[in-house]
Write a protein that binds this ligand. Sequence first.
Ligand SMILES: *Cc1c(COP(=O)(O)O)cnc(C)c1O
Length: 364
Amino acid sequence: MTTAQKLSFDVQLSDHARTAAERERVLADPGFGQTFTDHMISIDYTEGEGWHDARLMPYGPLSLDPATAVFHYAQELFEGLKAYRQEGGAIASFRPYANAARFNLSAARMAMPELPEETFVESLELLVQTDREWVPTTPGHSLYLRPFMIATQPALGVNYPSRTYRYMVIASPAAAYFGAGRPVSVWLSTEYTRAAPGGTGFAKCGGNYAAAFVAQRQAVEQGCDQVVWLDASEHRYVEEMGGMNLFFVYGDRLLTPALTGTLLPGITRDSILSLASDLGLTAEEGRLSIEEWQSGAESGELTEVFACGTAAVVTPVGSVKGADRAWTIGDGTQGPVTSRIREELVGIQYGSRPDAHSWVHKIC
Ligand SMILES: *Cc1c(COP(=O)(O)O)cnc(C)c1O
């Protein structure tokens, strides 16, 4: 076994970083994923050699050969997490080692190289420290971090995965994804399938999204905000919503679809499963059909439904529409359990609530 040599990052600071005034203009209304900070991280991988050329460099376009594998065979994966400005000005992220572990789980599925978890976290720290002025101070805003990896070999052969890769991290100041607390309406997709057993549903890869846009567009055409995915074989059991996991609230009992391999193992989902008992709720993983969803909502036994994920945190689901059915959950507004979970989670992330699970990772 070779001793893994710790990568050291070459630091090349931008000579065209935006001025404080330009930055403040962006931070006044950041939107989501539209404007990026002054720097980015890049690390290359070559089969036989491992990871090399780790660097922090000015944010900017890439120059890649048109034959580069990622353009043709979508060998790509990504992560998403945030840096939060805490009370007192310190900056922290939330469970970055969980993102590092999931990054490697996705990498294994996509026949891509794993990145040492320490290097993953160190790359985030270096970018956030360098661009720390870009971490918003507005409550509820954050700096969204997007680590990703692409296959970079310029070759069209498909007998073997790419032998070279690039890992990168970019960062973007972010406002609330949906208006905080505004319930979303969802469309049940029975025509399309997101993921099947043995496929890539559990991996955070761009290909999953490429195949999902047609259903998301259909949801919008149906007057809904988001698509809800059902199981591949019967289109009957609930899996997840767009890029978020779902929770069903029965009074003080939470139910979320079990991780069968076809849904994304959300870190927000996992955190809420742990938080539930702190809040005096019970939580279980299981299976829920769309008939049970409808009958529970109609009888009133199912009191709330919410979606959760890094980008939109916790978002209530107000109404559901399918090809031949439609119903409302509760009175269609955000319920008390959803509010409590959202406040608790956001409180931990921004440092105003105790971090009993040691999830908060101080950066600077
Ligand atoms: C990223 C993602 C989620 C949410 O995961 P978090 O770790 O909570 O942000 C849920 N579903 C899909 C499809 C995703 O890509």
